[in-house]
Design a protein around this ligand. Structure first.
Ligand code: 4AD
Ligand code: MG
Length: 431
């Protein structure tokens, strides 16, 4: 029995006979030779079949192979400096697992709708493959970052009785005889967990009924949210910049070939080291007004406003002290200037916009219950959350980083829908 080898490890088997199991990506023939490009999910390798070296029926089988047919190939590994992988296989045997029907995705250009309808197959192409490997690295590095700093992962529920991020984007669902909402953020549960463990993070899917059809919004996206007891806004911003620098540097270190497939300008990512610039909302408004005089002081930023700010810097910029009026009920106000919240957003460069939203939380019982009422939220559903301010309340802060926004920026791609395996958008829930 020859060893079954993943293509990415094939360099360990030079001049040895191995078996690979995969799919036909492409093929070419020239006289008594057949060149099969085989991918197995880890990498792609050229397999050379020469008529004189193998049984006649095996050679004939090569001509039956269609794109994406599944095959097992046995042969001898040799160096091939011209190929991207650096190796090739001289085939001694080939068996067909299945002959694929005519594959709908060809080498020619397809429209986005067609590709999205075929997302389950599109994942196999090199560009999508590279993006999802980078996504994997971002998630791995994110968990590594918090794990190394003694944060405990505490999962938050998906079904919730209350809104965390405003009632306009809630997905409501039947829950036996009552109603539940799909979570918009794990934060409120993260705060409870931070009071139990000191420093925690949650990581999971979050849901928002976004009616906007922008390239920055999904209805289902993944968020990683640290929450830390005894942290203030300054501590929070520092954690966020170290975190994002770690994500980018990890992708550069571990996924350079994938960034090259995407033709990403690497120099733009190499800059991403802490500290990041930090500006007060007031300074940000002054920058915006020079280019967009119609902007009203006190408003939240639109995507074009974020672009105006982020274009001024070569690394992510943190804007802090947003007007409390445009931010969530749970944010603490600055005692020195109470019209501003102890809030921060991190904006990615190159026009990618907000990737992080965070804040120091209101820790005073009376102020918090007042905010819940002011926002028209049902106080009875927040009793458990208010308890956190009754039993040993402490200053605390945290943030949420959107995985797809971050991956989109790091990959340098245009639209969030390619940064998640199966995107959910206002008009898309298939496949
Ligand atoms: O700024 P947001 O709404 O903050 C929160 O949810 C806080 N509760 C987080 C916290 O403090 N623990 O969302 C955080 C991030 C955004 O910066 C963005 O990256 C991402 O989540 N995000 C979305 N990503 C894709 N599609 C959407 N519709 C998104 N909405 C937010
Ligand atoms: Mg936000």
């Amino acid at each position: 029995m020859t060893p079954f080898v993943r293509i990415q490890n094939i360099g360990e088997f030079i001049e040895q006979e191995v078996t690979i199991k995969g799919w036909l990506y492409n093929k070419r023939s020239s006289g008594k030779l057949r060149f099969l490009l085989v991918r197995d999910g880890s990498a792609t390798i050229q397999c050379i079949v020469s008529k004189n070296d193998i049984p006649a029926e095996v050679f004939e089988n090569c001509d039956l192979l269609t794109q994406e047919s599944s095959i097992e190939v046995t042969g001898r590994v040799s160096r091939d400096e011209r190929s991207p992988l650096g190796y090739e296989i001289q085939v001694s045997n080939l068996s067909i697992v299945q002959i694929a029907e005519e594959y709908p995705i060809s080498k020619k250009e397809h429209g986005v709708d067609f590709l999205m309808d075929n997302r389950h197959l599109w994942l196999r192409s090199s560009q999508q493959h590279a993006i999802l490997r980078i996504r994997h690295e971002v998630i791995r590095a994110a968990r590594e970052f918090f794990d190394q700093r003694d944060f405990i992962l505490v999962d938050s529920p998906i079904f919730t009785p209350n809104a965390a991020e405003g009632t306009s984007t809630l997905f409501e669902t039947d829950y036996f005889d009552g109603k539940a909402y799909l979570t918009q953020s794990g934060q409120l549960y993260g705060e409870a967990a931070a009071m139990a463990f000191g420093r925690i993070y949650c990581f999971g899917p979050t849901f928002r009924a976004e009616k906007s059809k922008t390239r920055r919004h999904l209805t289902e996206f993944w968020m990683i949210e640290p929450e830390v007891a005894y942290f203030n806004l300054q501590d929070d911003m520092q954690l966020a910049e170290e975190f994002v620098a770690h994500l980018v540097q990890s992708v550069l270190k571990n996924r350079l070939p994938e960034l090259k497939v995407l033709e990403r300008d690497i120099s733009k990512l190499e800059n991403i080291k802490a500290p990041f610039p930090k500006i007060h909302y007031r300074e940000a408004v002054a920058m915006i007004k020079k280019e967009n005089p119609a902007f009203i002081d006190g408003d939240d930023f639109g995507a074009p406003d974020e672009t105006i700010i982020s274009e001024k810097f070569d690394r992510p910029v943190i804007v802090h002290h947003y007007p409390a009026a445009v931010k969530a009920f749970y944010m603490k106000r600055d005692p020195q200037e109470p019209e501003y919240a102890l809030a921060m957003d991190m904006l990615a460069p190159e026009g990618y916009g907000e990737i992080i939203g965070g804040s120091q939380r209101e820790d005073d019982y009376e102020l918090l219950i007042g905010r819940i009422r002011d926002h028209g939220l049902p106080v009875e559903n927040f009793q458990w959350y208010l308890d956190l301010r009754r039993y040993g309340s402490v200053p605390h802060a945290g943030f949420g980083l959107g995985i797809e926004r971050t991956v989109t920026w790091i990959c340098g791609i245009k639209h969030l829908r390619e940064a998640i395996p199966f995107p959910r958008l206002m008009q898309r829930i298939y496949p």
